[in-house]
Design a protein around this ligand. Sequence first.
Ligand code: FAD
Length: 627
Amino acid sequence: MAPSSNVDVLIIGAGPAGVMAGNALASAGVNVRIVDKRPAKVMAGQADGIQPRTIEVFQSYGLARRLIERGNQMHSLAFYNPRKDGKGVERTSRVPDVTAPSARYRFEVTLHQGEIEAIFLDSMREHGLEVERPIVPESIEISEDVEELASKDSYPVKVVLRHLADATLETAPNGVHTNDIDPAIESSSSSLETVHAKYVLGADGAHSFVRGSLGIELEGEHTDHVWGVVDCVPVTDFPDIRNRTAIHSDFGSCMIIPREGDKVRLYVQIAEELQVDEHGRKDRSAVTPEKVMEMAKRSMQPFNLEFPDKPEWWTCYVIGQRVAKNFSVKERVFIAGDACHTHSPKAGQGMNASMNDSHNLAWKLAHVLRGWASPELLKTYELERRKYARDLIDFDKKLADLFSGKAVTTENATGVSHKEFQGLLQSMGGFTSGIGIQYAPSLITDPTAQSLAPGLVIGQRFLPQVIIRVADTRPYEIQDLLVSDTKWKVVFFVGDPKEEKQQAVINAVGEHLLCSKSFARRFTPKGAAQDAVFTLLTVSSTSKDDADYTDIHPGLRTHWSKAFTDDLAIDGRAGGTAYTTYGINPSSGAVVCCRPDGYVSFVCSLQDVTSGRLEEYFGCFMVGASA
Ligand code: FAD
């Protein structure tokens, strides 16, 4: 008989979406397993761009330093278009690569996918989680039993896993580290195991087995866009080889992505008609790395481009612009990443979108598994991430059309103008950087009192600002206090407690928080640490020279390290602009709730606290301690 076991969360697929979820859940102490069909991690190639918002997310897990140290930073974006004299291309403009003024990191990082995954694999290992490989699911069944599905203690998802014999990762003859299982592995000796899971996450890529076996359909088209990609170290006099560069030439379009070390990635859209095989798939065998490099060379004329060495990696792939109809079945099985959405690589979104799906889901699963929140919370995953995926496809379509179109010239007056292309990229800076992503109103996102803090947009990530810790005047980036530890952060902008009137308001809030009906007491499990679910922070408007952490009522001050003020740091380099940036009036203050994934979800006044508004808000989805 096949061995059988129970697990709280089973993750299928250890690509960017899978390892982000694995790390978030393992570091939260959730009972989780992660399996992958590959015998080893990705060795080279595939996705490589990490956007500003995703760097912030890495930082919230304590993982940004390694990413930034090992990766390449892209600060500028250059545009090249045909010269009027017909002799190749010339630079039309050079602009900042990131056009999101509020980004904490004003650049993108490029590093190959395997290195990025390794950051998570190492972190997961520290939390006792290893990827089990090579393993594939054979079947997935979700119980139909209503009681079983409703119970928080049941394991209603049955997955049969096939453990494949160990094998080394084969490299396909064309140099691509293939994502498909080597047939030799499939037919080799293997064994079966049955896993009963509370929840399953299918993070198994564009050809997702999980999606397919649950009958989740994809909406959208399998486009004709074929991309040739090479990772290489060219010798060139092209001046922008170390900047992200979009080239529109008479010989086609090319995108340059500078990478770690001297490496460069070249993307070339294959314009020619490719043969279609009997399954309707484009025959990509006609595309070779030499051909991709030749096309890049031609589009970069009159500059020289030579390739003294063989490319480190190359691929040729057809892009589908598709979104899954559902991201979950019965809120027991979820899909994330390429399993839910695929699009072109031009906007550098693939890995970012995938990891941010899991970042969105992981804390919600942890909350429900711990009995902190009602399973209704899980519905917000699809609501939030599917809307984002649809917006991404719409953007990708516009960009693809402009990128594939011929550049405007005297002969081709209807072609794509430089202004049009640059305009789209810059106007969508908030979206492409991930900074402007906004989640729709839901039971966790309540924009009713937005006017109390108009600079902190409800549904968007918490804006970075430097604040000063009162006890020791140490400056802190507020985002570093809003870490991804599955806890809610409730930030009390208390104004100036040195003013008598405001002190009275603060004291009333503190007294309210000390009573058993307050949200922090009601929704923290009995016997758990006082700050197990909620971290309470205060930000006053008192000058750092006068402020004392003891000014804050004990009900609001759970520890000296949680009291901050909005003032210039001692070195004068940052700080003192939080109230203004967030649009909060220091004479009245405000309370801002930040989700465990760093998104602003609710705002109310200090007076609202004493009238029970926070209990009302959290009561919509959190489960009371006595329940
Ligand atoms: P993936 O990275 O695809 O990870 C899925 C994981 O699931 C893999 O580890 C896979 O082995 C595993 N898996 C799949 N099926 C099963 C199964 N049945 N059982 C167990 N495990 C399974 N993006 C760019 O931005 N630029 C590029 O140039 C680029 N090139 C790409 C080239 C290729 C060949 C591929 C496949 C993708 C490329 N992408 C590129 C897309 C990018 O890699 C993805 O957007 C990103 O990796 C998505 O992450 P993910 O975790 O959702 O999926």
